[in-house]
Design a binder for this molecule. Structure first.
Ligand SMILES: C[S@@+](CC[C@H](N)C(=O)[O-])C[C@H]1O[C@@H](n2cnc3c(N)ncnc32)[C@H](O)[C@@H]1O
Length: 466
């Protein structure tokens, strides 16, 4: 039987590990150019896909970039991320990179684009940044739409919200035919589906992390069943603290006026020299400025009230948590109503505290730090890079960076390839229907033969594949 498949060409800008490449190759599309500044990732990309990405996109001449049907770019998110500088276009290292994407679109006029970034791009500067970017794309004759999607909505066990942006040239029908993939809520994902059986290369928990989880387990064991565990983050440093939270901050009150209060874990501030008192407050209270934001006041108040109601069983436990750094003294229990047993869940050590989650999903992989790699608590180990690659639908990659820290970082930066396939599958439907009508007009030869759409500037090729 003769099957037909069409083949569009694409470029992979800020290629990283190649999430776009995997997602598009799965649909039969062909990469004609990639760019990636990191030499280690360039080498891995070449090993996996046989294409050596060009380096810094700022130094790539436009003639080096062949014409293409689809431009893909997961441009760096640090300037827009809540966890980053939030300096947007003013970010000296990455703020200008979107401009280079625009330049390539302007010069090469691809039929479609798919861009990816953090969801906060849509909210950055109260939406002004994305509004400006969108109108720049529209000025280049693109119809544009965007949506936040996450792999867990499609049965993949990772919560990772990302903003996907699609565009199509208005003069050639825009994106009227396109529809966003519809989340498939029938499947409840399960992190166990991506795990290997006790992999020998897995990194075990450090003594400190293991001991800390034991101490938090003791907290859970001591909590009476009649007490509902907080759904807000537990900040133990607020247990016993009395420093003022409404009105002027301790910083604006100054050391003399806060002397009568208690700081972290209830330490009396009067016992410290004036220049030390500020340091005896929780780090979240050592804030310059006149007032705390409302959300912080709310968390502090909830913690103090919880402690006041429960100090009988908390007080004998509290000294045990003091041996750990501040981030480990905070706790988020995201397993409301479930068995109070940390060792049955997925844990992540975040700057904001120890987070315990149901094993339905892994937390979002994070590029900046390997301490936040998800912990499989029932095996007392971290997830391996190979397991994490499945969270990004990159299990088909033959090569990952050999150094685990590099592998985790690259995986934390990558785009989920399955979501790319779902988006591109719909975006290319127009091409598909054009091909269908065209298919009967002229019989393609056995080898690659551009059909007559290419005369209209479209590089849609018809292949005989079977
Ligand atoms: C968010 S990641 C994109 C990851 C990619 N989509 C994937 O699936 O792995 C951004 C990538 O852009 C690369 N990068 C940063 N500045 C660059 C530049 N000036 N030129 C080319 N690549 C750059 C980074 O090294 C990083 O790998």
């Amino acid at each position: 039987m003769i099957k037909w498949a069409k083949r569009s060409t694409f470029v992979d800008l800020f290629a990283g590990l190649g999430g776009f490449h995997v997602g598009l190759a799965r649909l039969g599309h062909e990469c004609v150019f990639a760019s990636e500044i990191d030499p280690h990732l360039q080498a891995i990309y070449e090993k996996n896909f046989g294409i050596r990405p060009a380096g810094d996109i700022r130094r790539v001449g436009i003639n080096e970039i062949p014409p293409h049907d689809l431009l893909c770019a997961g441009f760096p998110c640090q300037p827009y991320s809540k966890a980053g500088s939030q300096r947007g276009a003013d970010c000296p290292k990455w703020g200008d990179l979107f401009e280079y994407v625009l330049r390539i679109i302007k010069a090469r006029r691809p039929r479609f684009i798919i861009l990816e970034n953090v969801p906060n791009l849509g909210k950055h500067k109260d939406g002004a940044t994305w509004t400006a970017m969108r109108s720049e794309l529209e000025r280049l004759d693109l119809d544009v739409d965007e949506r936040v999607l996450s792999p867990h909505q499609f049965g993949i066990p990772q919560i990772r919200e990302r903003m996907y942006i699609v565009g199509g040239r208005s003069r050639e029908g825009g994106i009227g035919h396109f529809s966003w993939p519809v989340p498939d809520r029938k499947d409840t994902p399960d992190v166990r589906t991506v795990l290997d059986k006790r992999p020998s290369e897995a990194r075990p928990l450090s003594n400190q992390v293991r001991r800390c989880l034991e101490v938090w387990q003791e907290f859970l064991d001591r909590s009476p069943r009649s007490v509902e565990l907080p759904s807000f983050p537990i900040w133990t440093m607020e247990f016993g603290a009395t420093y003022p939270i409404e009105g002027p901050t301790p910083f604006s009150l100054g050391p003399r006026r806060i002397m009568k209060y208690r700081g972290s874990h209830g330490v009396p501030l009067r016992e410290f020299a004036p220049d030390e008192r500020f340091l005896m407050l929780p780090s979240h209270a050592r804030q310059w400025g006149s007032e705390f934001p409302r959300w912080k006041i709310q968390f502090i108040r909830q913690n103090r009230e919880f402690y006041a109601r429960n100090r009988k069983w908390i007080d004998p436990w509290l000294p045990k948590i003091l041996e750990f750094p501040a981030s480990l003294q905070k706790f988020e229990w995201n397993c409301k109503g479930e068995e109070r047993d940390i060792w049955k869940y997925v844990v992540q050590i975040r700057a904001s505290g120890v987070r315990v989650k149901r094993p339905t999903t892994a937390p979002s992989l994070i590029a900046m730090t390997t301490t936040q790699v998800p912990i499989i608590a029932w095996e007392k180990r971290y997830m391996t890079p190979r397991e994490c690659s499945r969270l990004q639908s990159l299990e088909g990659l033959q090569h990952l960076p050999e150094v685990p820290t590099r592998a985790y970082k690259a995986l934390g930066n990558a785009v989920n390839s399955r979501i790319v396939s779902l988006i591109a599958g719909s975006l290319c439907q127009l091409e598909s229907s054009l091909d269908d009508s065209h298919r009967f007009e002229s019989e393609p030869s056995r080898n690659l033969q551009p059909n007559n759409w290419s005369q209209r500037g479209l590089q849609v090729h018809i292949y005989r594949v079977g």
